[in-house]
Structures are given as C-alpha cells and as structure tokens.
Design a protein around this ligand. Structure first.
Ligand code: IFM
Length: 445
C-alpha cells in the first residue's frame, strides 16, 4: 500500500504538531427533527439546487452514531478532531438555549477529551437558522449580534474543554457562493448582497471574539479562511492585474480586514452601490487579535482579464484533477502559505482543511484510493516546505473524516478518508485512512 511520508527531521514529525480530521455539522449529523431548520434545509428543498436532489436530513447519522464515530476517530491515532456546531441545534428561535442539543456537543466533547483528543470547534459552518434568514440573514446586521449571543451560549456550556474555537468557516463561501453567486444557500444573487454579507460575517467574527475572550480565555480562538492561490493566465500586464484583483476579491477580502482593519484596494473598483455599508467602529471590531488563523486549501485559481478592467477565472486545465475538477497543485499550497507569511503579521496557523474527492469504490471491503494518498503526501510535503521557509504552522486536518454531504453536489462527491455506505451507514477505512494513521503512528519525537 502507498504510504504518506515526510522528510526525516521534519517539524511535522514532532509530537507537538497536531494532526486531525475534520467534519461539519450539516454535512454529517442528520437528525433534522431535533434542531430548527437552517438555510440549507430550505435550499435543498428547492428544485435544481443540489446535483443529486439530496439533503442533510439523514447524512451520516452522526447524531445517532457519534459514539461509534468517536471510537473510529480515536482509532486513527489523531491528536484532534475539528467539528462544527449546528446553530439551530443549540439555540431556539426565541433566543433560549436548547439544552438537549447542547448536551449532544457536551457529551461529544467529553468523550473526545477522555480519549486525549483535542476538540477544535467551528461555530458557523454555513447552517444559519432559517428564521434568521427570514429576517435578512447575513444582509441584516442583527445577525452578527445574534451570532455573538450564540457564541456566548456555546462557549459558556463547553468552556475550555474545547481546545480551539473558530468563529466562522470560510466566510468567502457563505458570502460569495451564498449571497453573490447563489449556488449555495440561501441562493441570493448580486454583488451588493455578497459584499454586505461578507462584511456582516466579519463583523460577527469580531463580536464573537470579544465574547470568547471573556468566556474561554485559555482556549485558542480565531477563524478559518479558505484560499485558492491566485495565478495569472499569461504574462500580459492585463492578466497579471486580473490575478491581483481576483486574489484581493476572493482571498484578501477576508484576511486583510482581520489583520489590518482595512479592505483591499479592489474595493475601489466596485460600483458604489455594491460596496458594503460599514458603520463607524466596525473595522476595529473586525480586527480583533486572533490566536490563530485556520487555512483551508484545495487548489489554485487562474485568472485572466475580462477585457473590461475586471477579472475572470480560467477553468481548470491539465489532467491532474480531482473528482471536483480541481487542479492538483501542491506547489501552490507552499506559495500561498509563504506569501501570506511575507505579506502579513500572522498569528500561528493551522491547516484546518486539505483533501480531495475521488471516485472511490468499495470492493471486497476495501477502498483503494491511491490518488488521495498521493494528494495527502504531496500536500503535507508542501506544508513542510512552508514551515522550512519560516511559516508558523501548528497543525494539519485532513478533510474529511468521512464521506458526507458535499453541499450543492450532494453525496455524489466523496472527500472522506473513511468510506460511508449511506444505505447501511457502515463506515470503512479507506487506504488513505490507513496511510494517514501509519504516518501519525510513526512520529518519532
Ligand atoms: O466540504 C467542504 C467543506 O464544507 C468546506 N470546505 C471545502 C470542503 C470541500 O468542498
């Protein structure tokens, strides 16, 4: 079986480098009857939104099978598990706390800690309660305040049993895919929507950070951002400018306000009516100190000029693609991390997601997923290379622990290192899980 290996003497072979696996609530939990509806329930119920017409009603039945899943996670030998909390499982519409829902996460956290597994919680991985969307969702500033109340309830209940709290997962996806392109819930389309949603998400992060600082001063608190390293399609000045704009619009739009309290220059190229309304003091709230930044990386983005002073993305080319059609470019991962390090005064970073979907098949009880092992091998080495160049990276989470609901693509794409047979809910460790486990067990010092 192919292996995952790192150079001898790599800092990533030290025991203090944290390895984990990651999931999110809507993608695995199921048990829709024990939480209030969220925007993804509504979105899935609309025609032509999800490739295979599925939804999150059952998913991986994790709410039912969580104890078995904890055993499986522990069996992998990971140091940490990154999960997200379903807002609508712990808060009721009237603002009161759903104690049963909270108890689910308290029990989960306790079980993980009892096995020596650090718990990395993400408070918002896209499942906004529908009643908040009915009041404007992320276009309504009040949602940011509601998020801070929710963060207060969760952090008071779970406290410092949680090693790390991330406020948001990938605000780019919530804002751009959900409110600007409309291919994710809630399916709104418009640049002004996308930009305003992004601003309120960042504001929500800042407001929640203040709450977390008070409630859990010893947990590591921060945010998780996704990046696709920006490349120019050609050496022409127009395309180089386009790549810079694409980079600012999709990547730096989220990190620059957090670390420097300003939006990137590309803001000036957006029409005035699409620019977000920014209230006095917002940028200071957004630019709270973070204990860490989580980086999610999957692929790069290649840009060219649209001929009118703006950018457009070139579809992925070449043969080295995942089942998502995403280019496999580990060098772009190193480039991203080193450039972030050179550009910003960064807190420590965790790679909070990295992985790939491939066309997996369960044959005679085995899933031989060599391409995924190769992906992990090359991308872990890319992280190692960034560390060698001075980037402070403290951990790595494989996306994902198990196959799950891949948003607009439903269950048609499999990202797990564990195969899920959705009919029986049987989990089977893929070869990539065995290779990951072997790497973790072989750490020397
Ligand atoms: O499945 C998603 C996850 O929810 C967020 N980051 C990207 C993954 C793969 O698309």
């Amino acid at each position: 079986m192919p292996t995952i290996s790192l150079p001898d003497e790599s800092a990533m072979l030290r025991r203090d480098f944290i390895y984990g696996v990651a999931t999110s609530s809507f993608q695995i939990e199921g048990a829709i009857d024990t939480r209030i509806p969220c925007i993804w329930d509504t979105f899935c119920a609309q025609p032509n939104t999800i490739a295979d017409n599925t939804n999150g009603d059952v998913a991986c039945e994790h709410v039912k099978l969580w104890q078995q899943d904890v055993e499986m996670i522990a069996g992998l030998g990971v140091d940490a598990y990154r999960l997200s909390i379903a807002w609508g499982r712990v808060m009721n519409e009237d603002g009161s706390v759903n104690t049963q829902g909270l108890a689910f996460y308290q029990n989960l956290t306790a079980a993980l800690n009892a096995k020596g597994i650090k718990v990395f919680v993400t408070l918002y991985h896209w499942d906004l309660p529908q009643y908040l969307e009915d009041q404007g969702g992320w276009l309504n500033r009040d949602t940011a305040h509601a998020f801070a109340q929710y963060a207060d309830a969760v952090s008071k209940a779970l406290g410092e049993d949680v090693y790390s709290y991330a406020t948001l997962n990938e605000p780019f996806c919530s804002a751009y895919l959900g409110y600007e392109e409309g291919i994710h819930a809630p399916g709104k389309v418009g640049q002004a929507y996308g930009r305003q949603a992004a601003h309120h998400l960042l504001l929500a992060h800042g407001l929640a950070m203040k709450v977390l600082r008070k409630n859990v001063p010893n947990s590591m608190c921060g945010i998780v951002l996704n990046f696709s390293t920006a490349y120019s399609a050609t050496d022409s000045q127009e395309d180089i400018d386009a790549a810079r704009m694409g980079d600012e619009y999709h990547n730096h739009w989220y990190i620059q306000p957090l670390l420097e309290g300003t939006y990137p220059n590309v803001m000036a190229q957006i029409s005035a009516d699409a620019q977000p309304h920014i209230a006095q003091g917002d940028m200071d709230i957004i630019a709270q100190k973070n204990d860490f930044i989580g980086v999610n990386y999957y692929t790069r983005a290649v840009y060219k000029s649209d001929g009118q002073g703006w950018f457009e993305q070139v579809p992925p080319y070449g043969e080295d693609l995942t089942a998502m059609g995403w280019e496999i470019v580990p060098l772009a991962f190193t480039k991203l991390l080193v450039e972030l390090h050179e550009r910003y005064d960064l807190p420590p970073m965790y790679i909070t997601e990295n992985g790939a979907a491939f066309d997996d098949h369960l044959v005679d009880g085995e899933v031989v997923d060599k391409p995924r092992i190769d992906y992990f091998n090359s991308h872990l080495r890319a992280v190692n290379s960034a560390i060698e160049q001075g980037v402070d990276i403290r951990g790595y989470f494989a996306w994902s622990l198990m196959d799950n609901f891949e948003w607009a693509l439903g269950y048609s794409k499999r990202f797990g290192i564990v195969y899920v047979d959705y009919a029986s809910q049987k989990r089977t460790l893929k070869h990539s899980a065995l290779a990951y486990k072997a790497l973790l067990n072989n750490r020397l010092y």
